[in-house]
Design a protein around this ligand. Sequence first.
Ligand SMILES: *Cc1c(COP(=O)(O)O)cnc(C)c1O
Length: 390
Amino acid sequence: MRNFTAELEQRKQAGLYRTRRHISGPQQPVLTSDGKRLLSFCSNDYLGLANHPSNIDALRNALPETGLGGAASHLVCGHHEAHHLLEERLAAFTGRSSALYFSTGYMANLGVISALAGRGDTVFSDRLNHASIIDGCILSRARVRRYAHGDVASLAAMLAETGGHKLVVTDGVFSMDGDVAPLRELVAVCRRYDALLVVDDAHGFGVLGPGGRGSVAELGLSEEDVPVLVGTLGKAVGTSGAFVAGPAGLMDYLVQKARTYIYTTAMPPALALATCASLDLVEGGEGLRTHLQGLVERFRGQAVALGYRLMESRTPIQPIMIGDNRAALALSQALEERGLLVTAIRPPTVPAGEARLRVTFSAAHSHGDLDCLIRALAECRYSLDAGSVA
Ligand SMILES: *Cc1c(COP(=O)(O)O)cnc(C)c1O
């Protein structure tokens, strides 16, 4: 039998051991973690809607009407009118013909990729795509070709030499780097080489584009340009679940074939209604997005002035590049001693030698919160150089 204990020990030695902290109370910038108050810069609640009173009211008001449990899968007797309402709302919101409501983004990607590609087909996947896309590719049993991050020219070369059915999959906003995919160029090569484009906009949806419609809408790309649009509802939308939107025929195909849609219990219908309410806040959230953008720009200016290495990102995902696993962990710990929560991201989530602190901003952060972060980063800067953050 494999020695699992020894593997855990190895992980600890390599600075790769993962632990979970216990949070109590709602998700918001000031968290209670193991009884301690911490100012957090690591959630994906980009618009501060996870604890918004009107979303909580919407859920509370929906419960007596719909009850709690989803009770059955969509194809048996679980497809509640509340789910249908949300799917129609999502289709209208994204300017797509049709949408399907999935339980999680992870399941949406698994289901979509494995339904739309199979044995004998080829899936082209950006090297920095999210784990759920990577797993969806494996599950599909298609041949998988990974292209260098954002490198449309190398993708085009691969597409040119490949026959048969081709699927190209990309994050809209990359979850660990915060940069936006070259979507216009991807649309053009997919059209040229007859490949089906799938964009997972988990981190762009709610944040970028008009009304928060995402990175695809920001460029005015239509359903013809991006036929398969995936978005998640647990990040900027602040509730839970995910969706896939696109042409009605394709969505119908997914209802027949996407196993993570078919073989799972429908989400609590009340949650779908609360998500509809939250989408109203997202759509009308221009003020939130302007404030968020202001925080991001100020952070970039001040962190660079302190000598930190940032990445090319204009989104609320602002990684501070460190490199060494233990140095990243030490900086994260030094910040925590100063009352701040910023997670160190290490391999295998990011490539080896690219450990980083992943700072994320929310519209719920104040400029005072950002002052606290900058102050702590200034204090830790010296010790980071000295090689012993403390
Ligand atoms: C978070 C994330 C997912 C998974 O979504 P969940 O709803 O949390 O399962 C999928 N894709 C990307 C790019 C993500 O960042």
